[in-house]
Design a protein around this ligand. Structure first.
Ligand SMILES: C[S@@+](CC[C@H](N)C(=O)[O-])C[C@H]1O[C@@H](n2cnc3c(N)ncnc32)[C@H](O)[C@@H]1O
Length: 393
């Protein structure tokens, strides 16, 4: 099977090396869990090494074009990069640390935040999910169960708290649980947990926005995307509402199964100052990719990960807000990466990723255009929403 990544890099082909910049990459350990793809094709989907190889291409795109739509998922990867003091800068570790800090901060201060608010909403989702999933063939639904597909499960903690109760509530004779993520580490941790619990879970290391069909036509599925991952959808900096990008992304999710319900968490708080302080609390997570470049890619000694500073740049109006996660270059840099010379000037801004928030009305409008009907909106009325949608043909 020929696999091609969105930026055109093919597996099995090594990235071009520069003689002056020898390759220092260490191949990450491969995932041992079962990896299969069902649906359109029954061909096994191997752990796809090309995903990590494309980090060089993505990094080059970031430096040359100042925006790499595929960089966001790379932020969650585990790597051996360290900062000047020798502290680990692994994306997987920093994400887990930020998640734990946000939860404990909420407990200590009694204030609500995204992680904490979403957990409460997900508990409501657990209580109501059987009512949402009214398959027209009631008896058959009860017997067969409804499969759960999660896009971007993240840490074991998030999977256990948010997804596992849904799998249990919808379980039946033929139902399955399928997890799709780019992070080997997160998937590997969940695979370990599932074998310890005796659960059979399909782990697929892939792009969550691939638009791939995961279920056969006679299977019913409940697809979820938590942690506001949907808001990370790729889009350039733009002052107008990203209708097309949202509709197209929703259509990809709806293609996961012919019969499906979907639960997507999004931020609906459009206050810029709140968003800025939320994201600026964890700059090291946003910038960890530069330390990974230093650790894994063929870069010369002039490349300095400490030369980048995190800033969240915010745009939007009354229907949406776009947080543009930005790395600001602090001093002139001239370095070589993958055989290419990169010249950056102090003040240059590199667009790392988006975090979009949407008003309830805007998101519902896009969902309708993507072929869904809205069946519920779980909201804390303070900026955290879970939209529950049903695909209509
Ligand atoms: C914001 S975290 C959310 C994790 C978890 N669902 C939660 O609620 O805490 C995003 C997750 O999606 C994965 N991810 C982000 N973008 C992705 C992409 N384009 N393809 C595959 N996985 C992606 C990351 O590796 C990470 O596990």
């Amino acid at each position: 099977m020929t696999i091609q990544t969105p930026n055109g890099f093919r597996p099995g082909r090594s990235p071009r090396r520069d003689k002056a910049c020898p390759r220092r990459s260490a191949t990450p350990p491969s995932l041992t869990a079962e990896v299969t793809q069902l649906g359109k094709s029954d061909e096994p989907l191997k752990d796809r090494e090309e995903i990590s190889l494309s980090f060089l291409e993505t990094s080059l795109q970031l430096f040359q074009q100042k925006y790499a739509p595929d960089l966001g998922p790379e932020q969650y990867a585990h790597h051996t990069g360290v900062d000047r003091e020798g502290n680990p800068m692994s994306g997987a570790l920093l994400w887990a640390k930020a998640e734990a800090q946000r939860i404990s901060n909420a407990l200590v201060t009694g204030t609500t935040n995204m992680v904490d608010a979403e957990l409460k909403l997900v508990q409501k989702l657990h209580e109501r999910v059987r009512d949402y999933v009214q398959w027209y063939h009631q008896d058959e639904r009860c017997r067969k169960g409804v499969s759960v597909l999660e896009y971007g499960p993240g840490t074991v903690r998030a999977f256990q708290q948010k997804t596992l109760p849904l799998v249990t509530a919808l379980r039946g004779e033929t139902s399955r649980c399928t997890l799709v993520d780019r992070s080997k580490e997160f998937l590997g941790d969940i695979a370990q947990l599932s074998s310890a619990l005796g659960l059979k879970i399909e782990i697929i290391r892939d792009d969550i926005f691939s638009g791939r069909r995961y279920f056969c036509d006679d299977e019913a599925a409940f697809a979820v995307m938590f942690g506001r991952t949907f808001g990370n959808l790729a889009a350039p900096i733009n002052g107008s509402p990203p209708v097309e990008a949202v509709v197209e992304t929703l259509k990809k999710i709806s293609n996961s199964a012919k019969r499906c319900w979907v639960a997507i968490s999004i931020g609906s708080d459009l206050r810029r100052d709140v968003a800025k302080s939320y994201y600026e609390a964890h700059p090291e997570f946003q910038l960890n990719v530069f330390y990974r470049m230093k650790a894994e890619l063929p870069v010369d000694a002039n490349f300095d990960p400490e030369a980048f500073e995190y800033e969240s740049d915010v745009r939007g109006e009354d229907q949406f807000m776009q947080v543009i996660h930005t790395a600001v270059v602090k001093r002139n840099l001239d370095f070589c990466i993958g055989g290419k010379e990169i010249i950056l000037s102090s003040g240059d801004r590199l667009h790392l990723k988006n975090s979009f928030s949407f008003s309830e009305l805007f998101f519902k409008k896009c969902a309708r255009r993507a072929g869904f009907v809205s069946i519920d909106v779980l909201s804390d009325n303070a900026g955290s929403d879970i939209h529950v949608l049903k695909r209509v043909d």
